[in-house]
Ligand binder design. Structure first.
Ligand code: NAD
Ligand code: ZN
Length: 379
């Protein structure tokens, strides 16, 4: 089968690989019909995630048809078209039982902070991903969810990550009716977070990024006020002025580690973020939120990254929340939001390409070329 393969930082290609096989009675094999490239893949692509092995296949946002099941799979059958959440979760550990599918204790044998994630290095369990024609889906009774009849596959594939992550960002932000919500980042996740903020009762939504085409998109899509942070002077001061000097009620970080790229240091062979100046989205978030406010972090950081100015956070009485998204927990209500038209995820898709062009997809999305917001692969 044709699959994406990682060759080293900024080097990926499409290659022929052996077909995945059932290895456990609860596995399923899925023939992938749509597969996205995600901002999270860029951390891998840039070589910033420890134990990302050459030869591995990325891809944690995919939907497809079940073509084979192990003897213990009962929740899906051959022929079903399924949404595959990006989390690999066992469904029965202490954390899964609380709906914390993103923190499964069982799926990631490495027992790092993160649970299992498809195509996300051996730090996240070492599972091959879905940027391929076929994928092995472990714990197939837990994650895979049958796509409702009539749902567009382009909408369905964004339910594997971007929609739930934007939604969970807004949920964790603890938005109260009428709140001013500030979102850092107008990538697919920030765009969806801005849109979802309204579902939680926001009174005003402001987004900051530096890519004008993304700002233009989110301004119309969320809709919201959107500013280029390179053109507004000090972003913290700007937000204070916009909010009667109080600060935003809730702030969402939908940027993650790359924004602090200039502070990357290499320690024992892996890159770690240390003392990354004050120009990171997370610093701005903590300084631009009002006293007693909430900072919701969905942008991804490495396990040992240490970017919180704890003095400001403590003295302001902030609540700081973050997590990998628990996709499965949110799917029923998000399917409802899509079916009712309250959320229109497929509008984010700007580029569609065959597997053979996976390297172009990474290049465009990573460098923000050709007004790229969300590229999808059609294996
Ligand atoms: P993306 O790379 O397309 O978007 C990030 C955006 O942030 C870009 O548009 C960039 O211009 C902007 N940006 C850079 N520095 C900034 C700054 N200082 N202030 C404001 N904006 C800035 O990525 P994406 O797909 O939208 O994902 C965003 C983040 O969310 C990534 O870190 C990704 O790993 C993470 N993510 C987390 C989860 C989760 O479960 N928590 C799931 C999916 C994605
Ligand atoms: Zn993703």
């Amino acid at each position: 089968m044709l699959a994406m393969e990682y060759r080293g930082p900024k080097r990926v290609r499409a290659v022929q690989k052996p077909m995945p096989e059932i290895k456990h009675p609860e596995d399923a094999i899925v023939r992938v019909t749509r597969s996205c490239i995600c901002g999270s893949d860029l951390h891998l692509y840039n070589g910033n995630v420890p134990d990302t092995r050459v030869g591995s296949t990325f891809g944690h946002e995919f939907v497809g048809e079940v073509v084979e099941i192990g003897p213990d799979v009962t929740n899906v059958k051959v022929g079903d078209n399924v949404i595959v959440p990006f989390n690999v979760s066992c469904g029965r550990c202490y954390f899964c039982k609380q709906g914390m599918f993103g923190n499964c204790h069982q799926a990631n044998a490495m027992a790092t902070a993160v649970g299992g994630i498809f195509g996300y290095s051996h730090t996240a369990g070492g599972f091959d991903g879905g940027q391929a024609e076929y994928a092995r889906v472990p714990y197939a009774n837990v994650g895979p969810t049958v796509i409702p009849p009539g749902m567009d596959l382009d909408d369905a594939v964004l339910l594997t990550d971007v929609v739930p992550t934007g939604y969970q960002a807004a949920e964790m932000a603890g938005i109260q009716k009428g709140d001013t919500v500030l979102v850092f980042g107008a990538g697919p996740v920030g765009i969806m977070a801005a849109r979802c903020a309204w579902l939680f009762g926001a009174g005003r939504v402001i987004v900051l990024d530096k890519e004008d085409y993304r700002l233009e998109f989110v301004r119309n899509y969320a809709p919201c006020e959107a500013y280029n942070f390179e053109e507004i002077g000090d972003p913290v001061l700007f937000i204070k002025k916009q909010t009667d000097w109080l600060g935003a009620d809730c702030v969402i970080d939908a940027v993650g580690a790359e924004a602090a790229g200039n502070a990357l240091q290499t320690i024992t062979g892996r890159k770690t973020l240390l003392q990354a100046g004050s120009a990171t989205a997370l610093h701005w978030a903590i300084n631009a939120v009002k006293k007693g406010g909430v900072v919701s972090i969905v942008g991804v950081y490495g396990p040992t990254d240490n970017l919180v100015p704890i003095g400001n956070a403590m003295n302001k009485g902030l609540t700081i929340r973050g997590n990998q998204t628990s996709v499965k927990r949110l799917l029923p209500r998000l399917i409802d939001h899509v079916q009712s038209g309250r959320l229109n995820p497929k509008a984010l898709i700007t580029h569609r390409m065959p597997m053979e062009e996976v390297a172009d997809g990474y290049r465009l999305f990573s460098a923000k070329l050709d007004n790229c917001i969300k590229p999808i692969l059609l294996p």
